[in-house]
Design a protein around this ligand. Sequence first.
Ligand code: EPU
Length: 421
Amino acid sequence: MDQFIINGGARLRGVVPISGSKNAALPIMAATLLTEGETILRGVPLLDDVESLSVLLRKLGANARRDDDGAIRLRVEDEQNCVAEYELVRKMRASICVMGPLLARRHKAQISMPGGCAIGDRPIDLHLAGMENLGADVDLIGGDIHLRAKRLKGAEMFLGGPFGSTVLGTANVMMAACLAEGTTIIESAACEPEVADVANYLNACGARISGHGTPRITIEGVKSLKGCEYTIIPDRIEAGTFMMAAAITNGELTLTNCRMDHLLAVIDRLKAVGVNIERKDGGAVVSSARRLEPITVATQPFPGFPTDLQAQLMALLSLADGNSIITEKVFPDRFLHVAELNRLGARLRKEGQTVVIEGVRRLIGAPVMASDLRASAALVLAGLIAKGQTRISRVYHIDRGYEAIEKKLAAVGADIQRMAE
Ligand code: EPU
């Protein structure tokens, strides 16, 4: 297992190229199971999660390989296997999004029921309700969900749950509905740019989806889809993380390949903290005033402040001049970073879904442990500014979702090294 050793204090300066979006790439790769012929995907980040999904897609009969130029080529060659096993689903929850494509194209799917994970329970009842609405029979046998349908039928449905819309649930049902007979309407659909990207890919393959990016998506079923060439949107969560890296080190970073229109809530809150963010040639220039103002934030589905940046924002606010409040409304248990940040000298007090952050003047390096992807990113941010050395163990969590983060940070002046534990 690898660890990061960070010597804090360097002000970051320079250019950071933002990679393609992990959370768009994964469901789009799964969507290729719906298609005939070849898909060439550009901008798929080099990540462990992408590799895990490629392994699953190969087991499901797809040829998936990365070209020398970085593009991923996918082509379904054998449609016999319809089983996504526990080992792969356990490793990566996003593998759940092969369910819709398998059911629509192969008329059956057997997917291991995912368990909870470090950020909470993560049920899939809305995915299953969506498939049932499209006419599938759904059974849970021995920990596996068995789904069957001769031909899915378009339907009108409400897909909201107790925490609002579901990102992968919307993508899953939308993918299945593409090959259903007739029209499907998903009400309370997730509006995340990643879901819209899946819809744009499918439309480029011949699907008839409209309303994506809004809470009401309409899908007119078609008979077949044909693979195409497609470029994945930039990763807004990686971009937001680097914005906070600039802010926490009092540095100045230029982010290229960064969609400001996907980050308006984040930019709004960072500006309230005192961070300067300017648009520049398809990207952004981010710098910070020395003084960080305290703020109040609640995470929300898009276009609200993303839960995937909650931990990183907490690291930043731990150095603000006063008390901040963060409320987590998407994954109420997503707080494993709180205790680790406190080890670095932050003053965080968790009360239910809310954390009160009493700003401190400085953080002090210490050994800490990464617990999930975004929590790890928060620890890296804290390590960049903490006095002395911070050792972050279990960084495999961060490799799942950030492409070469230590190399990108070192290139703009951070003192960070990867070492075997
Ligand atoms: N929910 C249900 N029932 C369901 C599905 C979800 O109650 O059937 C609840 C969840 O428990 C949660 C809320 O709805 O409280 C939202 O969950 P959602 O389904 O939207 O999450 P997801 O689709 O499983 C994706 C991202 C997550 C990101 C969330 C929220 C991918 C691969 N994952 O997960 O990304 O946090 O949307 O934006 O796209 C990450 O990248 O670090 C990550 C965890």
